[in-house]
Each structure stands twice: as C-alpha cells, then as structure tokens.
Design a protein around this ligand. Structure first.
Ligand SMILES: Nc1ncnc2c1ncn2[C@@H]1O[C@H](COP(=O)(O)OP(=O)(O)OP(=O)(O)O)[C@@H](O)[C@H]1O
Length: 316
C-alpha cells in the first residue's frame, strides 16, 4: 500500500503540490490527471525519490519493509524526460536497462522478444534507436521500464506522442501489467484512454486534489443519463409535452432531442413515450464522460480559487 499524507512541494514562489493526501492499493491502475502545471510530474518525482517533499509524507509498505519513496528495486519508471541512447540499437538499449536491474540473460531474451512482438517492433531490434520514429522510441522506453517485472510501475504521460493505434497498444500493455500483478500509476491527458483503463483517479489542479476516488463511482455520481434521440417527427412538438415534466427535454434540431433522465429513471419508462413522437431512428447515450467531468471540475476549482483570492485581497 502506498500512503501519501499532506504532501507539499514548493519551487521558489510556486506551490506545485499543495497538501495532497491519497492512497494507492497494490494491483490497481491509478491515474493522475490534471491540466499542464497541475503538479503531476512534481508529485511523481517525489513518489520515486528524485526530489524530496517540503512537508508531508510518503509511506510505501511492501512485505515487512516500509519506504519513504518507491525504491528502485520495486520500481519501473517512465520519466517525463525520456532517456535512451540514440546511437545504440533497440536491443542494446533494452539490454542496458535489464542488466542495470539484474535481469538474467535468459529472462531478458524471453521478455524482450515478448514485448517487442506485442509492440510490433521485432523487426527493428537491431536498428539504431535514432532510426525509429518518436512513437516507436517511446514504446522501447516503455518496455525498458518493465523488463525486470517491478511491483510498481510509474509512467509519466505514457500516451504522449502516440497515434491512436499505438495508444490502444499501450492500453493493452498496461492492462497486461495489471494482470501480471503490477501496480500502475500513470499521468495522462488522454481521458478516453484513462476511462478504459483506470481503477481509480486523482484529478489535480493547482497542486490540489479536485476529484479523487473510484472511476466508476465518479462517472456514475456526476451524471444524470442524457439520451440523444434522432427521429422523424410525425407532428411538430405535440407529444413532447407528455415527456416534459417527467424528463428534461430539449429540442436541439427539428428532428433531434436531448432527454435527461432523473437519477432513478430507466429507459423502460421512456421508450413507450418516445414512440408517440414519431419514428425514432437513433438513440445515443450522451452521458458525461471523464473528459467533461474533468473540464467542469477544473473550471469550477479555478473559479473558486480566483474568488477566494479576491476575498483575501479584500481583507488585506
Ligand atoms: N524544477 C522546477 N523549478 C521551478 N518550478 C517548477 C519546477 N518543476 C515544476 N515547476 C512548477 O511547478 C508547477 C507544477 O509543474 P508540474 O511539471 O509538476 O506539472 P504537470 O502537472 O506535470 O504539468 P504537465 O502536464 O505540463 O507535465 C508548475 O507551475 C511548474 O512551472
């Protein structure tokens, strides 16, 4: 278990991490979210022991040992600043990191072949790293982080610079790490990928926690179901009145409605009513995604912060 308590990090006059407390359980995929400058990398650097907190604590309990950051023998790390050797081949790069971590030659050969195949890089193994595209170099670096099968994997923006196909490959890669029993902490801006993967999330803004918890709970709690209806109207507007009152109905075009269900309402009650308004040709769930929840939470946190700054100014 990783427990972070009231963690703070300041750089000159910038508060990068502002009294953060959270926990990460073994075996989960934990996503750190937040806009540029929110404090994700500052947090990650403290978790891996690259920098020290100004106050607060990090406690990792593993077997009978405890640590104040994730120690290198338990850690696989993809840093924000990627660092491989461009003149060396793909294999030489991977071999270098595996040797540093004490991976045996036979384990290295087996794991290297396995992950290169998964990332469609087998045919590139003897090419110099600099001959690979940025995205492919990133995949090599991801492999280098897990060849020693660490218990904890921390990845700073593993999706950045990858095309949608490679983003999906990384989703599969991370799901497989979880299946193998690793705990994964990743920072990311790609909400659709996070939604597919993460068990729990921590959304940071200005160094503070804005949303923290189980992803499914967050997606469910924040939303009333919104259904987008495309239909061929029998008559303009008429039977819509039957829907309004029980549901919130918005006519967005002559043939399209947005209907918001109340929390305990089901589609069962809605469907017979819909048949009265015309021929329904399409129903789409337009409920909030992590993307919209993120945007709204950051916007309201920003406006709360600026309001309290104005209040503070008024006092002084
Ligand atoms: N070494 C440093 N010296 C001074 N300020 C720093 C340093 N590192 C980070 N900061 C500042 O701390 C704040 C948090 O930065 P951080 O890199 O942790 O954010 P982030 O959430 O990782 O952003 P991004 O998504 O852009 O990577 C920013 O205001 C940043 O300018």
């Amino acid at each position: 278990m990783l427990k972070v308590n009231l963690l703070e990090k300041h750089y000159q006059n910038v508060t990068a991490v502002n009294g953060l407390s959270f926990e990460v359980s073994p075996g989960e995929i934990f996503a750190l979210l937040g806009p540029n400058g929110a404090g994700k990398s500052s947090l990650v650097k403290m978790l891996v022991g690259f920098t020290q907190p100004d106050s607060g604590s990090i406690l990792l309990s593993d077997s009978s040992e405890s640590y104040t950051s994730i120690p290198s023998h338990l850690l696989g790390y993809l840093p924000e600043d990627r660092g491989l050797y461009p003149e060396k081949t793909v294999k030489q790069n991977l071999e270098f990191f595996a040797t540093l971590q004490g991976v045996s030659k036979s384990d290295f050969e087996e794991r290297c072949a396995y992950w290169l195949d998964k990332f469609s890089l087998t045919s590139r193994v003897d090419e110099q790293l600099k001959a690979l595209s940025k995205g492919n170099q990133q995949k090599v670096q991801l492999i280098s982080a897990v060849l020693h099968q660490p218990k904890w994997v921390i990845l700073d923006e593993p999706f950045s610079g990858l095309d949608p196909i490679n983003q999906e490959l990384v989703v599969q890669f991370l799901a497989e790490l979880k299946q193998q029993g690793m705990t994964v902490i990743l920072s990311a801006h790609q909400m659709a990928m996070v939604e597919k993967l993460a068990d729990r999330v921590l959304l940071l803004n200005q160094g503070s926690a804005v949303i923290y918890g189980d992803l499914e709970d967050i997606l469910l709690a924040k939303q009333a179901a919104v259904i987008h209806v495309r239909y061929t109207p029998d008559q303009p507007l008429g039977p819509l009145d039957n829907l309004n009152g029980q549901y919130t109905v918005e006519l967005i075009k002559a043939n399209q409605l947005l209907i918001t269900l109340q929390k305990d309402q089901t589609l069962n009650e809605l469907l017979p009513l819909l048949s009265e308004i015309g021929n329904v040709v399409e129903l789409k769930n337009q409920s909030q995604t992590l993307h919209t929840i993120y945007l709204n939470a950051v916007a309201s946190h920003n406006s709360e912060s600026s309001n309290s700054a104005v209040l503070d100014e008024g006092k002084s």
